[in-house]
Design a protein around this ligand. Structure first.
Ligand SMILES: CC(C)(COP(=O)(O)OP(=O)(O)OC[C@H]1O[C@@H](n2cnc3c(N)ncnc32)[C@H](O)[C@@H]1OP(=O)(O)O)[C@@H](O)C(=O)NCCC(=O)NCCS
Length: 232
């Protein structure tokens, strides 16, 4: 591990992704990205099943059926691979990425999907940054990304990170050499993970409060005399 001369503050580590990222006016400054585990398989499946045929074609290279998507999710090896997710305020998994270890463990393949309603806000790019940070800290040499040549957003993400892209007809393969880890990258990962966890807990709490308020509202409505609720 290389030690940099200038150590980042905790917040700098969060706000300074390892690679260049898109920075349009609507892009969130920081995206809470959580590492996912076995227990999230169901949510990952729901996320992928919500993709339409065209998106599945872009994501998997073929228009995967529901059964094929389910098989893919079943086969994710959480011991070797890393899966990351972005949850919205309703705790819906709106974006997720899978970094799959390739034989030999020196290379890993990156795949990502963002629900249509959440696209164009930098989630895809941020998930790529996060996967790269993980790869960097876990001794992975190269990231491999298979994308259809028509997949402009995906190719923009990998090109912005400095990947070389080889085109073979309708398919492109991007390869990105992963920089070596250093103290900054390790601190960055710890802070990113911790902050995303806090963000998630706050969302859970907010969701619970909203549910309780809904129930109170419901009870109030039903306990009122007929016609009273309509007048309020
Ligand atoms: C590819 C995908 C993950 C991108 O996610 P996203 O969150 O919308 O991407 P971002 O907002 O981070 O944008 C990334 C770049 O693409 C550009 N972009 C986004 N949508 C675009 C569009 N429809 N056309 C052209 N460029 C687009 C952004 O401007 C940005 O480029 P910039 O940094 O030069 O400004 C998303 O479109 C998706 O889920 N597609 C279906 C599945 C898929 O294709 N997976 C990838 C194969 S592994």
């Amino acid at each position: 591990m290389e030690f940099p001369k200038d150590l980042p503050s905790a917040s700098a580590a969060v706000h300074s992704p390892v690679t260049a990222s898109p920075s349009g006016p609507d892009r969130p400054h920081w995206v809470p990205i959580r590492p996912l585990a076995q227990r999230h398989r169901g949510r990952i499946l729901l996320h992928l099943l919500a993709l339409n045929e065209n998106d599945r074609y872009l994501r998997f290279g073929y228009a995967a059926s529901d059964v094929q998507v389910a098989l893919y999710v079943d086969l994710i090896d959480f011991n070797r691979d890393e899966v990351f997710g972005v949850f919205n305020r309703r705790l819906e998994l709106i974006a997720q990425a899978h970094l799959a270890a390739l034989p030999g463990d020196q290379e890993a393949e990156f795949g990502v999907s963002v629900l249509p309603k959440a696209r164009g806000r930098g989630f895809g790019a941020r998930l790529f940054d996060r996967a790269l940070l993980h790869a960097r800290n876990h001794g992975i040499d190269t990231l491999v990304i298979h994308a259809l040549t028509q997949n402009v957003p995906m190719l923009r993400i990998v090109r912005a990170a400095g990947a070389t892209v080889e085109r073979a007809g309708g398919e492109s393969t991007a390869r990105l050499r992963v920089p070596r880890d250093d103290l900054r990258s390790h601190i960055g990962q710890i802070v990113e993970t911790g902050a995303a966890e806090i963000d998630y807990r706050l969302k859970v709490q907010a969701q619970r409060t909203a549910n309780v308020l809904d129930v109170i509202d419901e009870l109030r409505t039903h306990s009122m005399a007929p016609g009273q609720a309509a007048r309020e």
